[in-house]
Design a protein around this ligand. Structure first.
Ligand code: C2E
Ligand code: MG
Ligand code: MG
Length: 678
């Protein structure tokens, strides 16, 4: 079998043609690829170059030379793309010209100075260097599509190389005396060299093919589940995650929310600034939404300017609205686009858009993924109708309730900043002698418009939003400061009780906080009592024991608030180092009418004493209740019978009155009754 020059070149050509077609198809399929037009141009130039060499002698010489020279052009384009992509240049064509000229001159010089070095090899090196640069850069930036094309191109080269080496080798083996070919030169009898080239070429090819097919598979998988512009999950992947999320939520009795997001004024940007600007805007929007979410949440793009967010494992319906509000706020900040209007590059690089968000909830609205999406979509139209830049739930009641809560939350935030919170003090009295032995610090919100707002209206929302951490810290500091003032004023030592929310216990280093505040204010640790709830302690018992022990070590007293309403387990009472049990008001309310409550109260008192705790009754309102508690040996009480929670100045007055009246219980109570019940 004989292989002449033409056969070999034809083989070369076929490999390149296949590659060129594959490449062109890839480019067509992914219009968002980097510089597709340039890549295609390089491809065509490459093809034309080899065709020119192949057809030498068949077509007029000058045509084949012109075509062969397009190899140089292909190399130049590749290097240009490499540089452009590397330095992230866009649309600066003059730079291209600046680059092409010196490159062409340089290549010309190369060929003149070293005529023995074949132009093909120079071009090849230029190509490979350029592509390698691009590949390094795109691996760093994890740009799958660009990598796909670059490796394609490399395969084309290496594949062609391998085939040509194989043919050369076979030809040399079979017809050692072949002549008349400038590629298969008989003056190069170094077969080992060719054998080496053959094996390395084939090995390179095999490695590349394996790599590429693996990458391609990955690409294809990604393509099927990813939005090519933003690299976010697409509808398909979102639906899968939604289905899974619903299953998990159903099993664990949790909630999840779906937020359908539509950009306001996006169309205007797209129309006035062009699609490139629109695409860039969508990419930036995707980044902003993504950075706003937790890792467990999903944001997907459904196409156009529609994004959807899946919030798994939310606790309250309004959690979704909070995220929605944050996203709306994020997207209302101006965007800076680099691909502004082509005709007027300086115009409108900064754009402002907004977003409207529709929310559906599982299980409240549906447990069918498609239905949930439709509902979120409907809600989104509601939001748009309501004036854009806002959120709406699929059901109107939830929207109204949540909007109110969020408005309250914002007002509370402002109230904290503008120092509208106050601490009121409710006296705690000794059961035997009726003296004020301490006070519970209870927070109030002094709103300039609504007057005094009780904690029941804002503590729950503060708990949900984490604002309780700020409030709790403030109450603690304010109470210790006040206690120190009373101490300085010469009042007898008082125990001041501060409520610690489960959130505070869980999320902040309460030991450190208390130590700091005590050091700051100078209030003695032994006079500070922290009230904890059973639920807060039960969440993580081991940690609770550790925290409580540390607090105890600082000398702080610990009380269990609302005792009897939670777990009330003897096992934890034994484990937790506690000083005081506060019997919940609900047991006191019906004394002396409900036998059960009386028995429970008596039992708690007896049990508390057995375990070595002091027992305080909350919410004492009548003399009968007081008498009963006293008979059962309760140590202390607080309640409207003695005084409602009152401002610090009024409390100081009570203390002064007690000071004057000495131990005269009735006089103090009288005083409390006439002045204290504010
Ligand atoms: P709590 O800690 O159990 O406080 C006792 C509540 O019972 C207070 O309500 C008090 O005003 C009320 N109370 C006391 N005696 C009587 C009575 O004889 N009759 C009636 N009807 N009520 C009485 P308040 O001040 O509205 O506080 C409610 C809850 O808000 C508190 O329950 C506490 O859980 C929470 N809270 C108040 N201030 C703070 C605070 O600074 N931090 C935290 N984490 N929670 C606080
Ligand atoms: Mg309390
Ligand atoms: Mg209580």
């Amino acid at each position: 079998m004989k292989f002449d020059l033409l056969t070999i070149l034809m083989a070369y050509l076929i490999v390149d043609a296949v590659f060129a077609i594959a490449f062109a198809v890839t480019v067509r399929r992914h219009p968002t690829l980097d510089g597709p037009r340039e890549w295609l141009a390089a491809c065509i130039a490459l093809f034309a170059g080899f065709l020119g060499i192949c057809l030498r002698g068949v077509i007029p010489d000058f045509v084949s030379i012109v075509m062969a020279n397009s190899l140089v052009l292909a190399g130049v384009i590749c290097v240009w793309i490499g540089i452009r992509v590397f330095f992230r240049l866009r649309r600066h064509w003059w730079l291209f010209a600046l680059f092409v000229l010196p490159a062409a001159v340089l290549l010309g010089l190369f060929t003149t100075v070293w005529p023995s070095v074949s132009a093909r090899q120079i071009i090849m090196s230029v190509f490979i260097i350029a592509i390698s640069l691009c590949i390094i850069r795109d691996i760093r930036r994890q740009r799958g599509f660009a990598l796909l094309m670059e490796t394609n191109l490399l395969i084309g080269f290496l594949g062609a190389e391998a085939v040509i080496h194989a043919i050369r080798l076979i030809t040399l083996i079979m017809t050692p005396a072949i002549t008349g070919s400038y590629i298969l030169s008989p003056e190069q009898p170094d077969r080992v060299f060719f054998i080496l080239l053959f094996f390395t070429g084939t090995a390179r090819l095999l490695i590349m093919v394996t790599l590429i097919s693996a990458r391609l598979q990955g690409e294809l998988n990604q393509l099927a589940t990813q939005d090519s512009l933003t690299q976010l999950p697409n509808r398909r992947l979102l639906l899968e995650r939604l289905k899974h999320g619903i299953d998990v939520a159903r099993r664990n009795g949790k909630q999840l929310a779906l937020l359908m997001l539509d950009l306001d004024r996006f169309k205007a940007v797209n129309d006035s600034m062009g699609h490139a600007a629109g695409d860039e805007l969508l990419q930036q929007v995707a980044v902003r939404i993504r950075t706003r979410l937790r890792d467990v949440d999903t944001v997907a793009r459904l196409g156009g300017d529609e994004f959807i967010v899946l919030l798994e494992d939310i606790v309250h319906p309004e959690d979704a609205a909070r995220v929605a509000e944050d996203i709306v706020a994020d997207l209302s900040r101006p965007f800076q686009l680099s691909s502004a209007n082509e005709n007027d590059p300086e115009s409108g690089r900064e754009v402002k858009i907004g977003a409207s968000i529709g929310i559906s909830l599982h299980p409240q609205h549906s447990d069918n993924p498609e239905l949930l999406m439709d509902q979120a979509d409907n809600a989104m139209y509601e939001a748009k109708q309501a004036g854009r830049g806002c959120f709406a739930y699929f059901s109107e009641e939830i929207t109204t309730v949540v909007r109110k809560r969020i408005a309250l939350e914002n007002r509370l935030r402002r109230a904290i900043e503008q120092q509208e919170l106050r601490v009121f003090y409710q006296p705690q009295l000794d059961m035997i002698n009726g003296r004020i032995i301490g006070a519970e610090a209870l927070v109030r919100w002094q709103s300039p418009t609504e007057g005094l707002i009780p904690p029941i209206h804002f503590i729950p929302i503060a708990e949900e939003t984490g604002l309780i951490l700020t409030i709790g810290e403030w109450v603690l500091r304010e109470t210790c400061r006040q206690g120190q003032r009373w101490k300085a004023a010469g009042f007898l030592p008082l125990t001041l009780a501060v409520n610690v929310s489960p959130q505070q216990f869980r999320r902040c280093d309460i030991n450190k906080l208390v130590a700091t505040v005590l050091a700051e204010t100078g209030f003695p640790a032994g006079q500070l009592e922290l009230e904890l709830t059973e639920s807060g302690l039960m969440e993580n018992q081991d940690k609770a024991v550790e925290v409580l022990n540390n607090l105890r070590a600082q000398g702080i007293r610990l009380a269990i608030d609302d005792f009897g309403t939670g777990y009330s387990s003897l096992a934890y009472l034994k484990r937790f180092p506690v000083d005081v049990l506060k019997i919940d008001k609900s047991f006191i309310d019906d004394i002396p009418h409900l036998q059960d409550d009386m028995e429970i109260t008596a039992t708690i008192i007896a049990m508390g004493h057995t375990l070595g705790f002091k027992v305080l009754a909350e919410g004492v309102e009548t003399q009968e209740q007081l008498d009963f508690l006293r008979k059962k040996g309760c140590d202390a009480y607080q309640g409207y019978f003695a005084s409602k929670p009152i401002p610090a100045e009024d409390f100081a007055e009570l203390l002064s009155a007690q000071h004057k009246n000495g131990d005269d219980l009735d006089k103090t109570i009288n005083h409390l009754e006439t002045t204290g019940q504010s």
